[in-house]
Each structure stands twice: as C-alpha cells, then as structure tokens.
Design a protein around this ligand. Structure first.
Ligand SMILES: Nc1nc2c(c(=O)[nH]1)N[C@H]1C(S)=C(S)[C@@H](COP(=O)(O)OP(=O)(O)OC[C@H]3O[C@@H](n4cnc5c(=O)[nH]c(N)nc54)[C@H](O)[C@@H]3O)O[C@H]1N2
Ligand SMILES: Nc1nc2c(c(=O)[nH]1)N[C@H]1C(S)=C(S)[C@@H](COP(=O)(O)OP(=O)(O)OC[C@H]3O[C@@H](n4cnc5c(=O)[nH]c(N)nc54)[C@H](O)[C@@H]3O)O[C@H]1N2
Ligand code: SF4
Ligand SMILES: [Mo]
Length: 766
C-alpha cells in the first residue's frame, strides 16, 4: 500500500536538508522517483487524498517509526503540483490531537450538559438501533433524517437511510453551492460543468475568494492564468487576499452583483460584442434575454452596485476582447442574497454570450467515464460500479423538504442534496410532518446553518440525535450518541471520482492504524445496518470487496491506484470545441473520429443535452412555469435597515468552515476572529482597533473585537466564518471570536432553497 522507500535512501534525504526542500512539489517528486526505483523493505510514504476540506487533494503522507510526520501533495497529481495548503499539512495535528473523541459516547445528563459515558461500539449500536426502531414504529421511518456534507461517505449513509425507509437524506449543499448547481441544471440539463481557470485570459470574480476559499488546483489555475498575462478582477465588498492579488478590486454593495452582470450582458448585446454564431447554433432563448436587458445599462447598474459606469462599460468590453477565454466565475459559496439563483444563472448566460463553453479558458462539461465511452463507442474507461442491492422499501411519505416533489417550492432542488435548513424547521413546527431523529455525519449544523439558537432549540426537541464526527463538535455536544470516526489518515476507503476535464479516480488509503477506538464510516453504516436487520443492503465484507466491486474486479487498476494514489487513463483535458484538444483525443481513440464535424470539433453532445430543447437554454420554460421567472431579472432585495450595517462573512485560508478551529496547529496559527470595520464607520461610532463591540441582529447578539480596516465598505462589516464555537468540548476554540451563524436569520432564497449569509446588524461599543 505504501511507496517503497529504503531506510538508507530515506536517511540520506531526511534531516534538515529534506525538511528544507520537502516543501516544494518538485522535491517531493524527486523523493518519489527515488522511492519508485528502490525495492526495499520499508514503506515510508502512503498515498491517499486529503479530507481537511472538500477539495480532496491527492496527498502522500510520510511515516516515521509508525507515526505520520509530514503531509505533502501527491507529486504525480499535475493539478496540485504536489502541494497542499496549510490545512492539509495540519492533518497530522488533527490525527494526534488528544482532545479527539476516543470512544463512542452516550449522553448521561441533559442534552447539551456535556455529561457522557464512554461505551463500546456494540453498546452504541444497540442504543441507536433500538431508538431508530422506536421512531419508525411510533412516527414512521420518514421521521428519521440523515445529513452529511457530500463525499465518499454519502452513498453508505443514503443506503442505510433508504433501507430503513426514510426519503430524508441531506447534504450541506443548500448552505453552499446549491444556487449554481440548480442554475447549471436549468441551463445545461446537468450540474456536471466546470471552469478551466488555467487558460483564462479574463477572470471576473464575484466574491469567489480563490486564495482563501482554497482549492489547491483552482488556486494554481488562477495563478497560471495570471502568470500568462490573464487579468483577474475581484468584485467583493471587502479587500480579500484575492482582491489583493487581482488587477482590480471593486468594493461592490452587498447583494447587488446581479445588476453588474445584467449590465455586462446589456453591453455585450447592445454593442454586438457577443458570439453570435455560438448563440445561434447552440442555444435557445436569446431574444428573451435581449428583451430583458434593454434597461440594465451600466449607468443603472452603477447606481445599484456602487461601481462606476465607466468601469462597468470597460469590464464588458475587456471581456468581449478576451472571448472566448473569459469567465465570470459562478461562485462557490452562493449564499449572499436571496436572489442567488438569478445571479448564478445570469453569470453563466454572460459566459455563454462570450462563447466561453467547451474551449480552454471557459466552461466545460465534465468528461466522465460515461461521456468518454460515449464518444469512443465502447468502454475505454471503467465507470465506478456500485454493489447490487435488493430494492429499497417505498417511503410512506414524500421528502419533508419537498425537494423534487411536484408542486413544492423546492421542486428544482436535487433530492440527493435537499434543503437541510428544513430539518430544524420540521423538528420545531412538525410540518409537513415531525422529524424525531437525526443522524448527522461530517456536518456541523449548529454552526454551519443559520440561526444557531434556533438549531439548538430544534436539536433539544429530538428523540434521537446521533453525530458521527472526529471531535466533540458543536452538534455532537447536543447528541445522544457520538460515534467517533477514524480520521482520513486512519481509514481505507473505496474509489473517489475526481474527474473534471478528463476522468480520474483517487483512492483513500490507511496511513496509520487508528490511534483511538474509532472506525471508518463504511464500517459504521454496515454494522449499524446489520444491527437494524438490514444487512442485505451491505453485501460486502470489507473495503477490498468494495474496491473490487467499484472497479469491476480489475485488480491491475486497483494495484495501480494503491501505488500511485490515483488512476487516470492518459486522457488530456478534452474541450469539445477546441480543434487541438479534439485532434489529440482522436489520435488516442481513433474510433471517436466519426463524432468530429467539418470544423474539426465535436459538438454532438452540446446539441443533445438533457434540457427540454436539447440545446443550452438561456431562457427556461421550466423556471417560467414553476416560478414565473423565464430569464434573470433584477429584484432589489432589502438586506438591512437604514441604521444597520451589512454583515458578511468569508473563509480564512487557515481554517475550514465549522471544522478545524480546535486543531492545535491551526488554532495556533489563527485562534480567533475579529470584526472588520471601515475607518469612517469606526470614527462615527467612536471605535478604535481592539475595542469590543456588541453585534446585534434579529436572531441574536455576539461580542466582537474590532479590526479597523479600509478593506471593507463603510456600510459593511466582515468576519471570518467558523469561529465563536458553542461546544465546550472544543477546548481551544470554544467561544473564541464571532459565531456569525448566530447572527443570521433562517431565510431561504426562491427557486433553489439556498441559505442566506448576509444580514443587517447594529454594532455598539461595550
Ligand atoms: N481555506 C479554506 N478553503 C476553503 C474553505 C474553508 O473554509 N477554508 N471552504 C471550502 C468551501 S466549503 C467553500 S464553499 C469555498 C468557498 O469559497 P468562496 O465562495 O470563494 O469563499 P467565501 O469566503 O465563502 O466567499 C465569500 C467572499 O465573498 C465576499 N462577499 C460577501 N458578500 C458578497 C456580495 O454580496 N457580493 C460579492 N461580490 N462578494 C461578497 C466575502 O467578502 C468573501 O470574500 O471554499 C472552500 N475552500
Ligand atoms: N454564517 C455562515 N455559515 C456558513 C458559511 C458561511 O460562510 N457563513 N459557509 C457555508 C458553507 S460554504 C459550508 S460548505 C458549510 C460547511 O459546514 P459543514 O457542512 O457543517 O461542514 P464542515 O464545517 O466542513 O465540517 C463539519 C464537521 O465535519 C467534521 N469532520 C471533519 N473530518 C471528518 C471526518 O473525517 N469524519 C467525520 N465523521 N467528521 C469529520 C468536523 O469536525 C466538523 O464538525 O457551512 C456553511 N455555513
Ligand atoms: S485544499 Fe487544502 S485542506 Fe482542502 S483538500 Fe486540498 S490540501 Fe486538503
Ligand atoms: Mo462550502
């Protein structure tokens, strides 16, 4: 499983020299080349992929004397260049943290009192199974909800939920990117569309915080584009690290980005700067868009956004000059204003007007195994197979949030994600029916959902709360049972689909044996399933069985993945409308030549999308029918009262969401957060840097220490997300900094159920 590495070679490279040089990707590459050549007795590097955030970068972990001592990027993974971010490197500190949950816990005191007894796994399973059966017989299986953040664990969780009989499975997506997901589905008939940053000539970020909301491959893509002369424009109410690195920073008024995008579309159409040929051939609904932007002039948008008319005109023209390699980023966390859906679809429409689709430096359809096999006409890349399972029982009731339920407001939200904020609502209101039990894994809704106080109130009403986490998270603090999962460095897993512009699979491998009495999620779900009499839905014995199922028994591929940490199939990034990349693809797979048209491109798939018209839909009949919104229209939203300040948040480069703040190394680097206040605002309120203020919103109050900075608009305050933790079990992070979620109301945007992370607040010195 590990990379072979002799003790002698290792010693040669260890010590100060290796420590000094090992940070660079090229050196880790050198190390791995040495190791690959050397047949030896000892494994020193194990390849896997990181789980310190959702980017899941391929890594290699160095082991010395049975302990992990260092995490580097997988040197063979081109997109990250063998690098990791600070959080990835700090996985070691999470692994050996003495404050982790070491054994399953059952609550002995009142909920939230912090009184627990350590129990065996057997006792924990019995307790959970008994309560789950009780909930099923008293209220029906649908009264049990299951939530995780998406990932490799989701399939196991969903299997347990469906086998048990509940339709209510959730991810955290409605608190994150659901608006762009639904926008893509409406326009392309699929959400599997990505952006090629590396080849972009013009990149407009509407609060996409590349250098703090990190995905290492994307960061490197943006850096490559900039190094090649590409322009980066940051539109953000605060001076983020991305704003600092950008060619331009525009401190937009929060919640008005849609006006900017509609003005850009206006200019592109008004001045005939759009890609007419592309629009005519591949899209539907241009006339409706054209009619809708007649009045969205730069002069109008300037009043809404605070960005000057001249700058907006110039931006649109510069984008047109850079087309098709120009991108308005569709965002990652898409939760600023209630009109997120419209903002994200307008951004995609602007990109389409620029012809920025299936070309380098533009948007592209993900090239999955199925996609590639379809082009070639036979299987050249294996898809990830799933175990054959008996049919699931039909749930007695539809989903509690109405996702994909006809006639319900969340009809367009994928049922595989749902609208997770509806869980606390259903617990509290018992509408449309009560939720009585909640199984939460790798998700911390007490901090990551809005209105912490209300979420806690809901948790207190549950008959059963099971939390599977690596530490005593804010949600775990209120649980009946805490199941400690082995950290990602301690667990083997099946394959993870890591494809984008070409198919690839990464493999998670156990780097060291669990330090404490913990288990991997797949084992937890299987064992709990068996305890519930649902063993037939987990028809495999161990993870090797699962890997074999996924790879259709291809042992060679499994071996290759274990050695390398991933498998790809030697396919270079494929952009269907780019002659060179198509030629390259056809030289590898000559069978695909029949798909190439007279222009030397492959456009069959673009003309055969899963939309109603089979084309790209600029105007949506479906959204028209359901919501009376055929095209994006600017609807001004009131996010604050006159005497309030906009309250916005963002990711810090050092921490992940509601996860890492208690991890010793990362806590050491950034133990707390401050509230950014503009000097003019500070002067008005007689505030100085370091003062403590009370921040008041409709849903609660928080104390915050002020940072006076011109890096935020005078009408806005900013803080990094994930601080102010409420679990005393997080001994370091507890109550450090601002819990932004406590200040946010539970508001859902129309069309896609996205959460809202902007609120109006008042601040006063205390
Ligand atoms: N280091 C690190 N990396 C991460 C994460 C992490 O927690 N830490 N989390 C990962 C996850 S889950 C995600 S979703 C991504 C998030 O990646 P992004 O979505 O890029 O990052 P955020 O910081 O959430 O983005 C918010 C930015 O938008 C600005 N903003 C707020 N309101 C507005 C507005 O109305 N208009 C505009 N234009 N800007 C606004 C904020 O000031 C902030 O800079 O990062 C991922 N990577
Ligand atoms: N106010 C406000 N709220 C926000 C945001 C914001 O900017 N402002 N951002 C939103 C965004 S973009 C997102 S994505 C969500 C994220 O919020 P969540 O979906 O809750 O995800 P995380 O915070 O990444 O991690 C959740 C939990 O996973 C645990 N965990 C970590 N590794 C493992 C593991 O290997 N196994 C198990 N079982 N558990 C593990 C962590 O300890 C943590 O308790 O928050 C959203 N909420
Ligand atoms: S971006 Fe950082 S924390 Fe996230 S997976 Fe990659 S290395 Fe790990
Ligand atoms: Mo997110």
């Amino acid at each position: 499983m590990g990379r072979n590495f002799t003790r002698r070679t290792f010693l040669k490279l260890s010590g100060a020299t290796a420590a000094a040089i090992a940070v660079s990707g090229s050196v880790t590459k050198m190390v791995s080349e040495v190791s690959a050549e050397t047949k030896a007795e000892e494994s020193q590097f194990v390849r896997s992929f990181c789980e310190m955030c959702t980017s899941r970068c391929p890594i290699q972990a160095k082991i010395e004397n049975g302990k992990v001592t260092y995490i580097a990027g997988n040197p063979d993974w081109a997109a990250t260049g063998g690098t990791v971010c600070a959080r990835g490197g700090a996985a070691v500190s999470q692994l050996y943290d003495k404050d982790r949950v070491k054994k399953p816990l059952i609550r002995t005191g009142e909920r939230g009192e912090g009184k627990w007894k350590e129990v065996s796994w057997d006792e924990a399973y019995s307790y959970i199974a008994e309560k789950m059966q009780e909930i099923k017989s008293k209220y029906g299986a649908e009264s049990m909800a299951f939530a995780c953040r998406g990932g490799t664990h989701k399939a196991y969780m969903d299997t347990l939920a469906k086998a048990y009989g509940s339709p209510n499975t959730f991810t955290h997506e409605s608190t994150c990117p659901i608006a762009r997901t639904v926008a893509k589905e409406v326009i392309f008939g699929t959400a599997a569309v990505s952006l090629d940053y590396g080849n972009a000539k013009y990149l407009l970020s509407l609060g996409r915080s590349f250098f703090e909301g990190i995905n290492v491959s994307q960061v490197r893509g943006v850096m490559k584009a900039m190094a090649n002369g590409g322009k980066l424009v940051s539109v953000d109410p605060r001076f983020s690290v991305t704003s600092a690195k950008a060619d331009e920073w525009h401190a937009i008024k929060p919640g008005t980005d849609l006006a900017l995008v509609l003005a850009i579309i206006h200019v592109l159409i008004r001045d005939n700067l759009y890609d007419k040929e592309f629009i005519e051939k591949y899209t539907e609904g241009f006339d409706a868009i054209k009619a809708s932007v007649v009045d969205t002039t730069p002069a109008w948008a300037a009043q809404e956004t605070g960005i000057s008319e001249k700058d907006i005109e110039r931006m649109a023209k510069e984008m047109a000059a850079a087309k098709p390699r120009a991108i308005i980023d569709w965002g990652w966390r898409t939760t600023f204003s209630p009109e997120e859906f419209e903002l994200r679809r307008a951004s995609i429409i602007a990109n389409l007007l620029l012809g920025s689709f299936e070309v380098p430096g533009g948007m592209y359809l993900d090239k999955s195994a199925g996609f590639i096999n379809g082009l070639v006409g036979k299987t050249v890349v294996p898809g990830l197979a799933a175990p054959k399972l008996p049919p699931f029982p039909k749930p007695a009731k539809p989903r509690v949030d109405g996702a994909q339920v006809k006639g319900q407001p969340h009809f367009l939200v994928p049922a595989s994600d749902g609208v997770v904020q509806e869980v606390p609502e259903a617990i509290l209101t018992e509408k449309p029916y009560p939720i009585k039990g909640w199984f939460v894994l790798r998700n911390n809704p007490v901090v990551s959902q809005s209105n912490t106080t209300r979420v806690i109130e809901a948790l207190k009403k549950l008959d059963l709360l099971v939390v599977c986490d690596v530490n005593l998270s804010d949600t775990a603090w209120f649980a009946d049972v805490v199941l400690p999962e082995s950290t990602f460095l301690e667990r083997d897993e099946g394959f993870n689909n890591a494809g984008g512009s070409a198919p690839s699979y990464t493999l998670r491998q156990q780097v060291v044996k669990p330090v404490y009495d913990t288990k991997p999620h797949w084992q937890i779900f299987k064992e709990l399933g068996e305890r519930l009499g649902l063993g037939q839905y987990f028809p495999w014995n161990n993870i090797e069985d699962m890997r074999a199922i996924q790879m259709g028994g291809n042992t060679e591929l499994i071996k290759a993945a274990k050695d390398k940490g991933f498998i790809n199939f030697g396919i270079k990034p494929l952009f269907l409308r780019d002659k060179n990349s198509v030629a390259q693809f056809v030289s590898k797979y000559p069978e695909a030549v029949s798909k190439v048209n007279d222009l030397g491109i492959i456009d069959g798939p673009i003309l055969n999308l899963k939309t109603h018209s089979k084309k790209i839909e600029l105007m949506s009949h479906e959204v028209q029918e359901l919501f009376g919104r055929p095209v994006p229209i600017y609807r001004p939203v009131k996010l604050k009262e006159d005497n309030e300040l906009y309250f916005i948040q963002g990711k810090s480069a050092i921490h992940t969401n509601a996860h890492t703040h208690d991890i010793p190394w990362l806590y050491g680097l950034m133990p707390t957060s401050r509230l950014w206040v503009n000097p003019d605002t500070a002067a008005k309120l007689s505030l100085r840097a370091g003062d403590t203020v009370e921040v008041t919103a409709e849903s609660g109050k928080q104390k915050a220490v002020v940072l006076v900075s011109k890096g935020v608009r005078p009408d806005t305050v900013f803080t990094y997300f994930g601080f102010g933790r409420v679990s005393p079990g997080l001994k370091r992070a507890y109550k450090q900094g601002v819990n932004s979620s406590l200040l946010l109301p539970t508001v859902m945007g129309p069309v896609c159920g996205t959460a809202l992370h902007t609120a109006g607040v008042q601040i006063k010195k205390v």
